[in-house]
Design a protein around this ligand. Sequence first.
Ligand code: PMP
Length: 402
Amino acid sequence: MDVKRIREDFPILKREIKGNKLVYLDNAATTQKPSQVINAIKDYYENYNSNIHRGIHKMSEEATIAYEEAHKKVSKFIGSKFEETIFTKGTTESLNLLASILKNKIKRGDEIVLTQMEHHSNIVPWQQLAKEKGAKIKYIEVNSDGTLKTEQFSQIITSKTKIVSAVHMSNVLGTINQIKELGKIAHENKSLFIIDAAQSIPHMTVDVKKINCDFLAFSAHKMLGPTGIGGLYGKKELLEELPPFQTGGDMIRQVTFKEAVWNDLPWKYEAGTPNIAGGIGFGAAIDYLKKIGLENIQEHEEKLIRKTFKTLERINGVEIYGPRINRGAVFSFNIKGIHSHDLASLLDDYGIAVRAGHHCAMPLMQTMNIHSSVRASFYLYNTEEEVEKLAEGLKKASKIFA
Ligand code: PMP
């Protein structure tokens, strides 16, 4: 994989921050966009901006084809059928949508199983649902090395469990969870199995049929696509049986003064004018990722993972959280005696963009006994030289605060 060549596709990487070349290490929050994605959106607005599915005119037909093509690309990318992949605003909306449409499947005394390493978006919607229905939430615990206590899968999941929802790859620890095993136990107990794939899909092949999940949520902006668009996969028979999320235009086939008949999948779950430009941009991001090849991206990131461990571990007082193997290129760490916000702010002075805080995983932070951490997260355009720059920045910061 020619990273130098890839970097040329990302205009923003030429930016300077405070006189330094930008080192963008905040990819777990959002990724940068290649010209191919930016141009696809620009092309839509400049040349065929129209609403979809309604017009007979030429531009509306072009927009409809482009938006539907994007659906085809995204659904194929995750190994689903066309009808099974809905476009949403992103992972958060996908999970909220599920908590809404699954409401009637939950009754008093039922249990929802999550893990301790969930992002707030895979906790709060279930807490709301549990409160409303009198259900109980149980959490699979995290070991000190940042892996899940897999022995708890079969202890916590029982016939009372109606939903198991878990993150594929942690946005804090980088842990890649054993979701196939988790799903197997969920299904043996007749529970639905949901995956938050926000951090995994951008970096590794995710095949919904091989994983055998019932639903899977993801965001385009973490995989080179635009913000405000993402996906929800759902098994066809479930999406057919479940009620719609929102109602109104586009999600109906027929409406009378008395009632309505829902549209075919996936449109049943896409009420109103969707994010057409975003969808088209998402399709372009998929094209780009496929052209580079996820296996090449993964191989490149493995190199960055090895380099990061080797380089950061040499710095005095650094503690890196999360496992050494079966992990993605997301590194959360602290330097003893220095607040994560101070570290991130100093790194910014050197043009290095990282994140500091609780990373929308406050309960996980509590189990780790920390308030916050610095997070450096890598993607296909990052280099080993940038890992060194991060380490140099951290060394300088340690001296300043010593
Ligand atoms: N889950 C995980 C694991 C995430 O990392 C994120 C984003 N940080 C989300 C869910 C929420 O994604 P979005 O903000 O795109 O809805």
